[in-house]
Design a protein around this ligand. Structure first.
Ligand SMILES: Nc1ncnc2c1ncn2[C@@H]1O[C@H](COP(=O)(O)OS(=O)(=O)O)[C@@H](OP(=O)(O)O)[C@H]1O
Ligand SMILES: Nc1ncnc2c1ncn2[C@@H]1O[C@H](COP(=O)(O)OP(=O)(O)O)[C@@H](O)[C@H]1O
Length: 211
């Protein structure tokens, strides 16, 4: 019996099929690929490209996209500091469950605050892969796929990340995808870099040590 947060008298119930069995079934290791960056930096594009690339290799992944989750699970949250923190906390917990299910969970959220991303990493220290979309603000703003930068510059949206709300880049991350010499890598090239990392670290094969 234990107490967690505001819940008292609660019990952990163990299920008969464990993570290693699920991973064996899927021939992969559950993990979280956490994509962070400014609005318009290409997070969703990379998430979709990676999802497709993994599928073509017979690997099961699932995308948790910030914008999409705000249509349901997180529709009660806005963009104040504490709302963004709660948004990231919830997605971190959901991502942990997906990883436990054996899936490669791809989370794509601005996740602007370092401490919130670090809290998600702490949930899964061995299988958290942070991918930083290091694209200049000018490039993201020029893309302005949703017209939000224009609204933010006109003062019609306040607290917009990169304009009048901060983005804290990672100090250390597993993968950094950068805009160099006026060129942004293609979505396929970026997905390829993440897939190579996952292959190199053994996430795309079953856990032999546990058999
Ligand atoms: N004020 C403000 N700041 C930043 N972004 C805003 C804002 N208002 C709306 N949007 C839209 O919301 C999308 C970001 O949602 P996230 O859940 O990823 O944000 S966060 O991680 O909680 O900061 C983001 O989507 P992406 O462009 O895909 O990043 C925007 O379309
Ligand atoms: N690697 C890329 N090269 C060129 N354009 C891109 C690239 N990645 C994304 N884009 C374009 O930039 C815009 C924003 O991409 P999106 O994935 O929606 O960003 P985010 O999810 O970070 O807001 C879209 O119009 C998309 O087609």
């Amino acid at each position: 019996m234990s107490t967690v947060g505001n819940s008292t008298n609660i019990f952990w119930h163990e299920c008969p099929v464990g993570k290693s069995e699920r991973q064996k079934l899927l021939n992969q290791k559950g993990c979280v690929v956490w994509i962070t960056g400014l609005s318009g930096s290409g997070k969703s594009t990379l998430a979709c490209s990676l999802n497709r690339e993994l599928y073509s290799k017979g690997k099961l992944s699932y995308v948790l996209d910030g914008d999409n989750l705000r249509h349901g699970l997180n529709k009660d949250l806005g963009f104040k500091v504490e709302d963004r923190t709660e948004n990231i906390r919830r997605v971190g917990e959901v991502a942990k469950l997906f990883a436990d299910s054996g899936l490669i969970c791809i989370a794509s959220l601005i996740s602007p605050y370092r401490k919130d991303r670090d809290a998600c990493r702490a949930l899964l220290p061995e299988s958290f892969i942070e991918v930083f979309m290091n694209m200049p603000l000018e490039v993201c703003e020029a893309r302005d796929a949703k017209g939000l930068y224009k609204l933010a510059r006109a003062g019609k949206i306040t607290g917009f990340t990169g304009i009048d709300d901060p983005y804290e880049p990672p100090l250390k991350c597993e993968i950094e995808l950068s805009y160099k010499d006026g060129v942004c890598p293609t979505p396929v090239a970026m997905a390829g870099k993440v897939v190579s990392y996952l292959e190199e670290k053994g996430f795309l094969e079953e856990d032999k040590e546990r058999n």
